[in-house]
Design a binder for this molecule. Structure first.
Ligand code: 6AU
Length: 258
């Protein structure tokens, strides 16, 4: 299953182009780190992306938190992604009826479908969102990560919900690329499991976030990719911090293969 296979060997198990691309990239670049670039201005996000770019497989944005967003921002971010060889995930957590989510995805100020390889989606409303978003992707290499579990204290998700989210992904493998989760929710090698709530400096943030280490996330809980925000963005040297998280997460992955 997923946990005992290398990223490279998993490429052949799926025809989803984006999953194939990301697995290859992770294998070749030897990184399974996603940095959550949660900063308030376009310049700060772009500067961070340039610094951490060499160490990451994926950069995650919350584009609606950027105070000075213009269409220039995704253009420049895409250039950095190409230069440093990483993919982009907009963490929008869509959670409405398919028609509404699809409009939010493909139009409005942010026009997310035109630049984000991946987006996060809450499965709660049912699978109409996946078909609607996928339609709007209009043939581009696009995909979704389904939120199967959350890192926050008091999260209402129950095991039966998580199991249903996994079933939904299994029914939509052309667009569902994997999960945001805290445990090994699926052993299917086609799906990526990404785990947020990873930090080497904090255990909580005072607003419900709960942290564990990269070793714990990858080795014990079965993450493929660790997502690190403030552990990197608030470090004195974000590039050095990203390098350290990447090395530790990738070592834990190699250890898992033994
Ligand atoms: O490392 P942090 O706490 O600074 O940032 C964690 C990042 C944030 C959250 O919006 C996101 O990960 N996140 C998610 C995602 C990725 O969907 C789910 C979750 O359960 N917990 C979580 O923190 O950008």
């Amino acid at each position: 299953g997923r946990l005992s296979m290398s990223f490279g060997d998993r490429v052949a198990t799926t025809s989803q182009p984006l999953v194939r691309r990301l697995l290859r990239l992770m294998e070749e670049k030897r990184t399974n780190l996603c940095v959550a670039a949660d900063l308030g201005t376009a310049r700060d996000v772009l500067q961070l992306a340039d610094k951490v770019g060499p160490h990451i497989c994926l950069l995650k944005t919350h584009v609606d938190s950027i105070s000075d967003f213009t269409a220039e921002f995704p253009k420049q971010l895409t250039e950095l992604a190409e230069r440093h060889n990483f993919l982009i995930c907009e963490d929008r957590k869509y959670g409405d009826i398919g028609s509404t989510s699809a409009d939010q995805y493909s139009s409005g100020l942010f026009s997310v479908s035109s630049w984000a390889h991946l987006v996060t989606v809450h499965a709660l409303p049912g699978d109409g969102q996946l078909t609607a978003l996928s339609d709007r992707a209009a043939g581009a290499e696009r995909g979704a990560l389904l939120v199967a579990e959350m890192s926050s204290k008091g999260c209402l998700v129950q095991p039966a919900y998580t199991a249903a989210v996994v079933k939904m992904a299994e029914a939509h493998p052309y667009f569902a690329c994997g999960f945001i989760a805290q445990s090994s929710v699926s052993s299917d090698p086609r799906f990526l499991v990404l785990t947020p709530g990873v930090s080497l400096v904090s255990t909580a943030d005072g607003h419900g976030q709960q942290y564990s280490s990269p070793e714990r996330a990858v080795g014990e809980r079965g993450a493929d990719v660790v997502i690190v925000g403030r552990g990197v963005t608030r470090a004195e040297d974000p590039a050095a911090a990203a390098r350290e998280y990447a090395q530790r997460a990738f070592s834990a992955y190699l250890q898992r293969l033994k």
